[in-house]
Design a protein around this ligand. Structure first.
Ligand SMILES: Nc1ncnc2c1ncn2[C@@H]1O[C@H](COP(=O)(O)OP(=O)(O)OP(=O)(O)O)[C@@H](O)[C@H]1O
Length: 575
């Protein structure tokens, strides 16, 4: 029950976006729908008047007067159409733009590592196919719904006014279409959700195929991958096919039941007119027309409501995905580190009963530099990721100047720490944009970051407006890493985490870059490294040696070497 309420609250946040700063176009579009419905009803009334006046039955107006009324109505309909032309697309455009903008803003609140662990296809599908479905089946249908319900009520009132008896007959004959609609409506919602789920898998498949294209080619796995593609493609098309079939069934049942009801009224009305029971020819013809206005909503409304339900399911799916892996808002902090970062009894595991870090007690003092070394899988990257606030499900404490990491607001945390990672994402833009991350910095700040990261020769040769290409396709691995280091240096955070940042650089550049990072004074540096180079290791204030998720040894390079323990053997093997 609580979960249901939460779902509805999250959904409301999303549906609110349709109307935010968009109320007037919504009201105008609804007004146009109301006027269209009224126009249609008045046209029916006019038709009855014209037929009865022409066939000699007593009418209230002369033919000339009726022609004048017709002129007024037609002008009115044209004006309403013009209003509709402007406001309906305007409402839908703003609604969808705001909906997607909101979804993106909410996605940006997720944890720093959220999209490395989650299936991202759900978001791509939600902002493409699902959004189109919501636009067509939910938003555009609001106006159809209003128009049809009004026409239904108006037609029913007019029918009662013309002949209560014939209305009763019409009511009984409408029973079939009502049953038919209700029976088929709900199936559609279920099938729409299935279409969305299959689409999501299909997008995931395409994403994998494109990202792993070089692996597929080099392992000659095209056939095998094509088989997977074809399976996923076929499943997505099957789901759409089933939905289309259900739509056809709904339409056919509605059509047949409608014909039975309409002709039943027509024949019965004709009988009443011929036997002189107070029903004119005009009334019979108008009844057939009004029956349309009654039957169309009976056929459409359950389908529209089912589609609304389907759209809600799509919104709920996106809302639930967006609400997971979100860092809760915490306290604001000054962008400084005065004392240091303390880890107290820190333990963490990705999966139950498989600890990756166990009972770690470390103090990183402000302004000093630390190396974290250890064998592959010993938990080095996990430690850095935890310091970046990627997870909150650790045991023990991570204290920044005494404040628990979980309680620090994301914005404050990333003003204090920044990370240079192994895998560098490069945007399809210039080198300068990739270093500044599209923000403004002074020329001097930029020059310093470029010099320290070892990018200066590259920029001197290609210029800072050099286009990096999609995901840095125009750059070497080393150049990408230098961009990442420059990015981090430019941010100027008091804490810099470095995860194997120099792995892709040649030995000489790697040494120069590491050296310049180690020479910055006042910066707290925690560097994960596999490169066990004495000249560099001697520059760290302390080296922490991890083994099976625990701190096996700690001390300066000289102390560790003297101890002749685990580090000593790691170091000597690597030389
Ligand atoms: N997202 C994850 N889900 C589950 N297990 C993970 C995840 N990331 C890492 N692990 C596991 O946690 C352990 C520690 O990994 P981590 O990347 O922290 O080690 P590392 O010391 O940085 O290794 P390397 O030097 O090879 O990069 C490994 O056994 C790894 O398989």
């Amino acid at each position: 029950m609580k979960k249901n309420n939460e779902l509805v609250t999250h959904r409301k946040e999303f549906t609110k976006q349709f109307y935010r700063h968009n109320k007037w176009s919504f009201v105008a579009a609804i007004t146009a729908s109301v006027l269209t419905a009224l126009g249609n009803l008045v046209v029916s009334w006019l038709m009855q008047q014209i037929i009865d006046t022409a066939s000699g039955d007593a009418g209230t107006f002369s033919l000339l007067q009726l022609a004048m009324i017709l002129l007024v109505i037609v002008s009115g309909i044209v004006m309403v159409s013009v209003l509709e032309y402007y406001v309906r697309p305007l409402f839908i455009k703003n609604a969808m733009r705001q909906y997607k903008d909101y979804a993106f803003e909410e996605m940006a609140k997720k944890n720093i590592n959220a999209f490395t662990g989650e299936n991202t296809s759900i978001y791509i599908s939600a902002l493409s196919n699902d959004a189109t479905s919501i636009e067509n089946n939910y938003l555009a249908k609001i106006f159809t719904l209003v128009q049809e319900l009004l026409m239904f009520a108006g037609a029913f009132a007019l029918m009662l006014y013309y002949s209560p008896f014939l209305t009763l007959v019409a009511f009984l004959l409408s029973f079939f279409p009502v049953i038919a609609s209700v029976l088929t409506g709900n199936r559609l919602a279920m099938q729409e959700k299935q279409v969305s789920d299959r689409n999501e898998s299909f997008i995931g498949m395409i994403k994998d195929m494109l990202s792993g294209f070089s692996v597929i080619k080099s392992f000659k796995a095209e056939r095998e991958v094509f088989r997977l593609f074809a399976k996923s493609n076929s499943a997505a098309e099957e789901a759409k096919c089933r939905r289309r079939r259900t739509e056809t069934v709904i339409q056919t049942i509605g059509f047949v039941a409608g014909i039975i009801a309409q002709f039943g009224v027509f024949l019965f009305g004709a009988y009443l007119a011929l036997t002189g029971r107070g029903v004119t020819a005009g009334v019979v013809i108008v009844f057939v027309q009004l029956m349309n206005y009654v039957l169309t909503p009976i056929a459409d409304v359950p389908q529209i409501l089912a589609n609304r339900k389907a759209a809600y399911a799509l919104i709920d799916k996106l809302a639930a995905a967006i609400r997971s892996n979100v860092r809760k808002t915490g306290e604001e902090m000054e962008p400084v580190l005065a004392r240091g970062i303390e880890l107290k009894g820190l333990s963490f595991s990705y999966e139950k009963d498989a600890p990756v870090l166990q009972g770690i007690d470390i103090c990183f003092e402000a302004g000093k530099s630390y190396a974290v070394v250890g064998g592959s899988g010993s938990g080095k990257s996990t430690l850095l990721n935890l310091l970046m606030g990627s997870r909150e499900d650790y045991e023990g404490e991570i204290l920044f100047d005494g404040s628990e990491l979980r309680e620090i607001a994301s914005a404050s945390l990333y003003d204090i720490v920044s990370i240079v990672q192994q895998n560098v994402f490069v945007f399809n833009s210039t080198v300068k944009d990739n270093i500044t991350m599209f923000r403004e910095f002074t020329e001097e700040e930029l020059r310093d970051a470029v010099n320290m990261s070892g990018l200066a020769p590259f920029i001197a040769e290609r210029g800072k407006d050099y286009a990096c290409g999609e995901n840095g396709s125009g750059l070497s691995g080393g150049e990408r890493q230098r961009i990442s280091i420059a990015r981090c240096l430019l941010r100027g955070t008091p804490v810099m985490l470095v995860d194997e940042a120099t792995a892709a650089l040649d030995a000489k550049t790697a040494f120069a870059v590491s050296n310049s990072i180690l020479d910055i004074s006042g910066l707290t540096r925690i560097v994960v490294t596999h490169r066990l180079e004495e000249a560099l290791l001697r520059k760290y204030d302390k080296v922490f040696v991890l083994r099976n998720g625990m701190v096996e040894e700690e001390g300066s390079f000289a102390e560790l070497m003297e101890r002749k323990g685990f580090f000593y053997s790691l170091f000597t093997v690597s030389q």
